[in-house]
Design a binder for this molecule. Structure first.
Ligand code: NAD
Length: 512
């Protein structure tokens, strides 16, 4: 579990990082303030980079605009070929990048590797997609006319991402956006700058090796202020933003105000319904990973369990027993189940949420606590906890990005579905049941109102093949698989007349 950061930096070509200004591929003159990355694992400084200044931002965008003029003309399957090479490079660097993700963000090494695998998967998906950017053809009502639609790239795509999936979300967006012919400008989380530099270095290198100009792949380092350069800039055709609901509202307002396009992937408040017809073994395991995996810092983490009353006590006891067996500590040590929260402010939010749930009348099942002592020096390690609550509690209506699980009782399935839907967010949901009627009702129009609805698996752990995203305050965006690529393109309807007449649509006569 010991980390050799020098070795990782070497493997990821990040040697320049600690020398000051970033001089890697697609080098930009950053000039801004220093951004220091501390690991939540041991509190150590990992490295530092300068933030993108307003002046450097202009240079990045000018370069990106120029690069778009070249990239959009490259046939899509040839763009796919570049993505294939990026996927291969990721395969080679999987371990080093997975380790850096784990060390900088705090998720387990296994999950760090999983995140890089997700990037590889989306590369493969995008390569196939590069030959499948299909438009429809329609029958024209006019004789000797042909009508069809085609899809063109949007131009500059701005990507703002969260700390908890510091590299996968970039890949979900860029691999699809590049395949579609866009150029990408990425503003990653200020909490995970080094993993983003590693991705930038890797991808920019491939573009360079293939002889493409700088600016197809750009990185902005910095905080919300740097993010707002993108949201306020009419040259950015689409802003794809992943993060909290508060951020999404600010981004939506800024981009909406200039009638730009947004793709929002915001917070969740995900519930699992456990029916008395469930396979309880699977239900407990699914609930456990959903609630404590990534220390509860997934947008799809299970926050609420809605349990049928006749099995409620049994589920509660089995969960409490399972929680006792969890090991918390250095996430690079594979015997630990749970690593740290991202920083001190996340720990404070966890503590405040526990206070509030108690104040609102919640009943403690497994208590929470900040861990201290050897191995916990960063102050970011907390104990996953469980509370019995009412769904309407204010704190339960809110996403706390920490391992706090709420238990809620139900009698009838309709009631369980209403409770599951009665929150402002609508990302992921699950039902545990072997009963076909219950399952189909949950998936039907009167069932879950979320973007993701699962049966007999937990709320987290989506695959890249499906469209990912959620409804209501989760923002309505869809990323990744299925036809999510359409969000990165503009549709053009074309009608071609190959007759010697000029008939008007709807039979309108206009003769002179
Ligand atoms: P955050 O909202 O604090 O920050 C996310 C990103 O937005 C960062 O890069 C930040 O610098 C930027 N930002 C913040 N305010 C901005 C503004 N006004 N203008 C432009 N940029 C701005 O989120 P976080 O703490 O990094 O991540 C956790 C949140 O992200 C949780 O709510 C989680 O549910 C959500 N999330 C959602 C998904 C999804 O796909 N739905 C995936 C991962 C995380």
């Amino acid at each position: 579990s010991a980390i050799n950061i020098k070795e990782i930096f070497e493997a990821l070509e990040l040697n320049e990082v600690n020398k000051g200004t970033w001089t890697g591929v697609d080098a930009i003159d950053l000039k801004g303030e220093w951004l220091i990355s501390h690991s939540p694992v041991d509190g150590q400084e990992i490295g530092k980079v300068q933030m993108t200044s307003r002046e450097s931002y202009e240079k990045v965008i000018t370069k990106a605009e120029k690069a778009f003029k070249t990239w959009r003309k490259v046939p899509a399957p040839q763009r796919g070929e570049v993505i294939r090479q990026i996927g291969n490079e990721l395969r080679k660097k999987k371990e080093a990048l997975g380790r850096l993700v784990s060390y900088e963000m705090g998720k387990s090494y296994q999950e760090g590797l999983g995140e890089v695998q997700e990037m590889i998967d989306i590369c493969d998906f995008a390569v196939g997609l590069s030959r499948q950017l299909y438009g429809l053809t329609m029958h024209s009502e006019r004789p000797a006319h042909r009508m069809y639609e085609q899809w063109h790239p949007l131009g500059l795509v701005g990507i703002i991402s969260a700390f908890n999936f510091p590299v996968a979300v970039w890949a979900w967006n860029t691999m699809i956006a590049w395949t579609c012919g866009n150029v990408c400008v990425w503003k990653p989380s200020e909490k995970t700058p080094l993993t983003s530099l590693a991705c930038q270095q890797l991808a920019a290198n491939i573009f360079k090796t293939n002889g493409y100009p700088e600016g197809i792949c750009s990185l902005l380092t910095g905080d919300a202020i740097v993010g707002s350069y993108l949201t306020q800039d009419p040259r950015i055709a689409l802003v794809s933003a992943t993060g909290s609901i508060g951020m999404g509202k600010a981004v939506g307002e800024a981009v909406g105000g200039r009638l730009g396009k947004v793709l929002l992937e915001l917070g969740g408040n995900n519930a699992m319904i456990i029916s008395d017809q469930a396979d309880l073994e699977i239900a407990i395991r699914g609930a456990l990973f959903g609630a404590v995996g990534t220390a509860g810092q997934r947008c799809t983490s299970t926050r609420r369990l809605i349990i049928r009353e006749n099995i409620y006590e049994e589920v509660k006891e089995r969960l409490a027993t399972a929680y006792q067996k969890l090991t918390i500590g250095n996430p690079l040590d594979e015997k630990n189940h749970i690593g740290p929260l991202i920083d001190q402010s996340a720990v404070n939010q966890y503590l405040r949420a526990i206070e509030r749930v108690k104040a609102e009348g919640g009943h403690e099942v497994v208590p929470g606590e900040v861990l201290q002592g050897a191995g916990y020096e960063s102050g970011c390690y907390v104990k996953p906890c469980i509370y019995e609550v009412e769904n309407h509690f204010q704190i339960v209506q809110h996403e706390t990005f920490a391992p706090i699980l709420y238990l809620i009782k139900y009698t009838e399935l309709d009631e369980a579905i209403s409770l599951q839907n009665a929150v402002p967010q609508g990302l992921s949901s699950a039902i545990m049941t072997l009963n076909m009627r219950e399952m189909e009702t949950f998936l039907s129009v009167q069932g879950s109102d979320c973007g993701i609805a699962n049966v007999n698996i937990g709320t987290s752990g989506a695959e890249i093949g499906g469209a990912f995203g959620g409804e209501k305050e989760t923002g309505g965006g869809r990323e990744s698989g299925s036809d999510a690529w359409k969000a990165y393109m503009r549709r053009q309807t074309n009608t071609i007349n190959y007759s010697s007449e000029l008939p008007l649509a709807q039979g309108i006569k206009f003769d002179i």
